[in-house]
Ligand binder design. Sequence first.
Ligand SMILES: [Fe+2]
Length: 141
Amino acid sequence: MHDLGKIAIPDSILLKPGRLSDEEYEVVKTHALLGARVLSGAASELLEVAERIVRHHHERWDGAGYPDGLAGEEIPAVARITAVADVFDVLVHERPYKDSWTVEAAAEEIREGAGTQFDPAVVEAFDALGPAGWRSEVQPV
Ligand SMILES: [Fe+2]
């Protein structure tokens, strides 16, 4: 659901094998705001939280993310948690542009992002789960 806005991104970009051009990457980046727009104005606390996740899941702890360039605790906690889960999920699964990584390699990448890409406290909590906690019991359909 955090990538809801990708419904507005052409498949020619989303499914492109290989590296995106700068222009294509700018188009992909719009998914955060487009998705948040779909959820905006909802009269439901749950959907307000969802809107914060959708809008801010690509912000970075160091402020170099998008769409708003928020840094540190300016980024809603739910989005800081989603950022770690999202990157881990992408790394351990195959994508048109990349092979899947092992769980350990993906976890190491997450650890290396603590304090730059990710909230160090969230990475610490992620690490505390360990391999058993990183695996989902729900299999992809
Ligand atoms: Fe995303």
